[in-house]
Design a binder for this molecule. Structure first.
Ligand code: ASP
Length: 372
């Protein structure tokens, strides 16, 4: 098998890929193959005097000590270890593009992909990949853990093994996140706990599957496979997120609303409401509109939708030409902005598409439902 080598990333080909012995050749040929991309995060960290930190080569050495990974029930896999390995707090647009490009480059060689990633920004990366990779016909599963693989008691082993099994099975041809026995649509997920083993939730869309005694996939919730994979790379863009709170003084934010600000996501109250706190709010929204900044309104509630026009308290947004984010997570709204702004569409197209469901990331109201 030929794999293009990146300058610094380390590629570990599993034995089966390098030299399939005569005896097991047939079985190996039939065995599914998964590309395992290790970006960093707790799952592969080692203890240091400063706390857990990523360590080069450590993942490969731990994996070779897990005999179950050679079981025929698990697809064969090759490991690509990124250099540097990152705490996911440091993962941003460049890393999203790199992961997406690595998947695209190896798309024909594997049955699926597992991305090992820190939990802190995993929901952003999952959303970003869902927008960048259009027309997927193979599973891309992000996973990680709250406790590293190197600890005796950990959630990493099950998350990894189950993700490999699901990635080797074509029934979920979309970007997913597997964690705490649940398989979620990647762009519907948010991190809800910093220390529990069930760290993620998909508040507005059902889980795509569950790993109990058996792994059960809810086929009706899964997206249809695409025909041709198309990669649209993100570019860095100036985007802001502003969470509304009682007593907010909008004048503080006036200075960030320059022409450079391409998009702003408001985390508004309830169904998309904002305090009518005098002239400053109107100045801020007017400035955004005049500068051509895309204004997206999401709810700060964990569940439900933001729909401008439901209450009079969202009138300021309506006047400024803001877009309802409906039930999108903030992670999905931010990465969707990166996506649409990188496509160089005109402003009206960006606004229109922002309110359309592109990758299963939102449930806009059906016609006749709602007011916006
Ligand atoms: N700080 C870590 C990260 O996101 C946390 C984790 O992996 O769970 O990389």
């Amino acid at each position: 098998m030929h794999l293009k080598r990146k300058k610094c990333d380390k590629i570990y080909l599993s034995e089966g890929a390098e030299a399939p012995g005569e005896m097991g050749k047939k079985r190996l040929e039939m065995r599914k193959r998964v590309c395992l991309i290790h970006t960093g995060g707790t799952i592969g960290m080692a203890g240091t005097e400063h706390g857990y930190a990523p360590k080069k080569g450590f993942m490969q050495s731990i994996l070779s000590g897990i005999p179950e990974l050679n079981s025929e029930e698990i697809p064969g896999f090759d490991l690509i270890e990124y250099d540097p390995l990152l705490d996911s707090s440091n993962i941003s647009v460049a890393e999203w593009v790199k992961i997406a490009q690595d998947i695209k480059d190896r798309y024909d060689q594997y049955d699926g992909f597992v991305i090992l990633h820190g939990t802190d920004t995993m929901a952003y990366t999952a959303s970003a990949l869902s927008f960048m990779l259009e027309g997927l016909a193979k599973p891309v599963i992000l996973t990680g853990s709250q406790i590293p693989l190197c600890e005796i008691r950990n959630d990493a082993r099950d998350n990894l093994i189950t993700s490999l099994i699901i990635a080797g099975n074509c029934r979920v041809p979309e970007v997913c996140l597997f964690f705490g026995n649940e398989l979620y649509r990647g762009n519907r997920v948010t991190k809800v706990s910093s220390d529990e083993l069930i760290a993620f939730d998909s508040p507005n869309y059902p889980a795509l599957g569950e790993a109990g005694v058996r792994i059960v996939i809810r086929d009706t919730a899964v997206r249809k496979a695409g025909e041709t994979l198309k990669l649209s790379k993100f570019e860095p863009k100036q985007i802001a997120v502003l969470k509304i709170f009682p007593g907010i003084q909008f004048e503080i934010f006036e200075n960030i609303l320059t022409e450079n600000l391409k998009g702003i996501v408001f985390e508004a109250f309830g169904t998309g409401n904002i305090p009518e706190s005098g002239d400053a709010l109107h100045r801020v929204l007017e400035k955004a509109e005049k500068n051509g900044t895309v204004i997206v309104v999401c709810t700060q509630c964990l569940r439900g939708s933001a729909m401008i026009g439901t209450y009079a308290a969202s009138l300021s947004f309506a006047r400024a030409g803001a877009v309802s984010g409906y039930d999108m997570t903030v992670e999905a709204a931010v990465t969707k902005l990166y996506y649409l702004l990188s496509m160089n569409y005109d402003l009206e197209t960006v606004k229109k598409l922002m309110g359309n469901d592109l990758r299963g990331e939102m449930s806009p109201p059906q016609s006749g439902e709602g007011t916006a």
